[in-house]
Design a binder for this molecule. Structure first.
Ligand SMILES: C[S@@+](CC[C@H](N)C(=O)[O-])C[C@H]1O[C@@H](n2cnc3c(N)ncnc32)[C@H](O)[C@@H]1O
Length: 163
């Protein structure tokens, strides 16, 4: 498969899954965490499909499209390993949805990321909350969901924290 095809499939999967999970969380209190702002595409989609939710965004850089800039209260700048661990004073609720898109494509870096990210995600997720991640995470107490039809298993990962 060409890189263009792979990129299109990845973005298609992100959009479908974000919309799928947005439809599952109406009964779950809490904010949304966007872990990895990047260009701001998925952040922009999240704020469009979940307009009533408070969304906090994490990245070490602010390199998004100007129309996708979070406000200063909701943009948490720095290394996610630190900011997600110590964001409690700003992010006062647990998260109904965490979307993490910080894969590097390098298997060693991604394994290391997954190992420090998993416990931080576990700590920030609300009971019944959902985690959507490009990288597989080690969340043994969570329920892993199969991908909806048409999305290749392993392309993205969906978990739910038990109530
Ligand atoms: C693939 S991009 C996110 C793309 C985004 N979902 C979008 O739709 O535009 C990943 C982002 O995560 C950030 N990132 C990756 N690892 C990070 C880390 N350990 N700490 C802080 N930011 C990180 C990068 O700076 C980059 O902006």
């Amino acid at each position: 498969m060409s890189r263009l095809d792979s990129f299109i499939r990845r973005l298609t999967a992100q959009k479908r899954l974000l919309e799928d999970v947005a439809g599952r969380i109406p009964g779950i209190d809490g904010c949304v965490l966007e872990v990895g702002l990047g260009n701001g595409r998925t952040y922009d989609h999240l704020r469009e499909i979940l307009p009533e939710r408070e969304i906090f965004v994490f990245d070490r850089d602010l390199s998004c499209h100007p129309s996708c800039m979070p406000d200063g209260e909701h943009m948490i700048l720095g290394e996610i390993r630190d900011t997600l661990a110590y964001c409690g004073p700003r992010v006062k609720t647990q998260a109904a949805l965490i979307h993490a898109d910080i894969g590097s494509g390098d298997p060693t870096t991604d394994l290391a990321t997954s190992s420090w990210l998993s416990p931080l995600v576990d700590a920030r997720a609300a009971p019944g909350g959902y985690v959507l991640s490009g990288l597989p995470l080690d969340l043994p107490s969570f329920e892993a969901f199969p991908m909806p039809e048409g999305i290749r298993p392993g392309r993205y990962n969906l978990y739910r924290k038990p109530l």
